[in-house]
Write a protein that binds this ligand. Structure first.
Ligand code: HEM
Length: 406
């Protein structure tokens, strides 16, 4: 059994491009498959592993805000709080305002030159990033059981269109040129998200539905956030390499740095953040690949997400969309999620997508006959992203006050 699941994890790891090079694996990762109940190994003498870290600063604060009934006022007060250099809004409870003042800044190790380069890279590579974050990472999140179960049973799970819009906001704000500058918006968006996660840690344990399916007592540990980072940053990084997109070392480093700062702003302590892509890849193989598995909640979320895209004209059929997801995430994941096969579309994706990349990158003079189809497909995905699911231009992230009813 042990061997079987190990082999399955390896095959899946290869398919996802996540089989790592030999690199040091953090103690918490090598202690077993990711999960609560695993004490970090000897290397963790310096402190608890990230599966035992939540958010010391934000969590107790959000218990007070929720219990004190302050959340609706906070949501109203911070609606217009958007740019990194906007003053902390008025009308907030004083301890909440003090907390924001404390955290709404970049860590001392943030490197503006690298962040600027990452923004430029994101702009140059937006086509592939849209596809990989949207259809790769987005659908992968539904086979990360803890994430799927918490997203499904939190308030946002009941309205996936709205939730997808908020998540797009995060990716959009992160990817902008100047995202981390005073005039950018990402530091604010990340801090709003951090507070939402803290609220969820207090709320979800009160949900009988979540408690019935969860294998943990408090959701969203630092280890869970690292797992999600691997499904986003590490996964996309590997796919770009696998697709042979021109990707110089300085861009790779900048892209990693951007993610390091992002997850730090979400509350992950610096010492637990991978320092190199090799380390990230090895960690991902340890903590992400082996835990991927379907769940009732995840299957429902994937259907919701893929159904969402059906509302706009992608210029392709649902069969094609299913096959693109299978192409970027493996047939194993496609089978888990019950994505109906379309063998003609599958053959098309597997031959035409690489040809499309070669042509776009100027590596082949031959324009594939399917160029316009892919082009339209990408534009439609990009529009979904850029319109933030139609919710306008301001950051719509709001703190929930309850859970999904049932
Ligand atoms: C909320 C991003 C990790 C579960 C959010 C929101 C964003 C976000 C932007 C606010 C928008 C919304 O309300 O939907 C991220 C990023 C992560 C991460 C970038 C890591 C890099 C996680 C993990 C879990 C999780 C590890 C659970 C295991 C949730 C839940 C909500 C949420 C349950 C609340 C949805 C609601 O309003 O009901 N996240 N997240 N997130 N996230 Fe995360």
């Amino acid at each position: 059994m042990e061997n079987l699941s190990r082999r399955r994890a390896l095959t899946l790891g290869v398919a996802l491009g996540l089989v790592g090079a030999a690199a040091p694996v953090p103690a918490w990762a090598s202690a077993g498959t990711a999960g609560a109940g695993k004490l970090a190994g000897a290397g963790a003498a310096a402190g608890p592993g990230p599966e035992w870290i939540w958010d010391e600063a934000a969590d107790p604060l959000m218990v007070r805000m929720i219990e004190g009934g302050h959340v609706p006022a906070i949501n109203r007060a911070w609606e217009g709080w958007v740019n990194n250099n906007d003053p902390i809004p008025g009308g907030l409870p004083s301890d909440f305002a003090a907390y924001l003042t404390q955290v709404n800044r970049l860590p001392s190790w943030a490197d503006q030159a690298k962040l600027q380069r990452a923004g430029d890279f994101n702009r140059r590579r937006d086509t592939y990033l849209f596809m990989l974050y949207g259809l790769g990472s987005g659908i992968m999140s539904t086979v990360i059981p803890r994430e799927a179960k918490s997203v499904y049973w939190s308030a946002g799970g009941a309205d996936m269109q709205d939730r997808a819009a908020k998540t797009f906001t995060f990716g959009y704000d992160l990817s902008q040129l100047g995202a981390f500058k005073p005039t950018g918006q990402f530091v604010v968006t990340a801090n709003k998200t951090r507070v939402v996660h803290a609220a969820v840690r207090h709320l979800l344990p009160q949900s009988p539905h979540w408690k019935a399916v969860a294998d943990e007592s408090i959701p969203i540990s630092a280890a869970d956030i690292l797992v999600t980072f691997h499904s986003l940053g590490t996964y996309v990084h590997q796919k770009l390499l696998e697709w042979r997109i021109p990707y110089p070392a300085a861009d790779q480093e900048a892209f990693l740095h951007m993610w390091q700062v992002a997850i730090h702003l979400l509350g992950v302590p610096y010492e637990h953040i991978p320092k190199t892509w090799a380390e990230a890849r090895a960690q991902s193989q340890q903590v992400l690949t082996p835990i991927l598995t379907p769940s009732t909640e995840g299957i429902a979320l994937a259907e919701d997400l893929l159904g969402l895209t059906a509302q706009i004209d992608l210029g392709v059929t649902r069969g094609f969309l299913n096959e693109f997801v299978r192409y970027v995430l493996s047939d194993q994941v496609g089978d888990w999620l019950g994505l109906r096969r379309d063998y003609a579309a599958a053959a098309l994706v597997r031959t035409a997508w690489p040809a499309f990349i070669l042509f776009r990158e100027g590596l082949s003079p031959v324009m594939p006959g399917t160029f316009y189809m892919f082009d339209q497909f990408i534009r439609a995905i990009a529009m979904l992203f850029l319109n933030k699911g139609s919710s306008g231009t301001t950051t719509p992230i709001t703190i929930p006050t309850g859970n999904r009813a049932g």
